[in-house]
Design a protein around this ligand. Sequence first.
Ligand code: HEC
Length: 147
Amino acid sequence: MKSSAAFVLLGALSIATPLLAQSASDHVALPDGYRDGVHFSTYERSGITEELFTSPEAIAAAKAGEPFPEGTVITMEDFRGGELYRVLVMEKRAEWEGVSQSGSWRYGVYTPDGKPNLSENLTRCETCHASASDKDYVYRRDDMLDD
Ligand code: HEC
């Protein structure tokens, strides 16, 4: 009886977990020096300007037509009306394969002063980026080809 009660409790916890408030550790880290990496694109759409950065190794992989290497981080600044509004990050690690809904990538969102924004829905990042599986989940991958 004891063990079945434990199972019921575990089941209830696993159902409840997605409903719990997220914590800062759900967000992949914002690298301090991301602006020192390769600025591979400025992308504009309807009042939003995005500045995209990554590592030289990621650029080399895109040019070689290979998947991004382990530990790749891509950072995107999101400007609205000329002001930095938020910074989006995605990071690739083999250990997240099967945990993430977009390959082995996880996500994070930071306020302009570098704090994780706990009101952003990180599951949405994964489900939408899943549609870019043919580009290793990176929508602007082709922008890396001419850097
Ligand atoms: C509805 C689809 C959608 C959702 C949701 C979404 N993205 Fe994206 N993301 C895109 C598209 C499309 C681009 C390419 C740039 C653009 O169109 O603005 C992009 C670009 C990016 C990039 C630059 C690398 C790339 O893929 O080109 C990062 C980093 C990023 N998103 C992180 C995030 C994070 C973090 C979240 C969750 C807060 C998120 N995205 C949610 C569609 C989405």
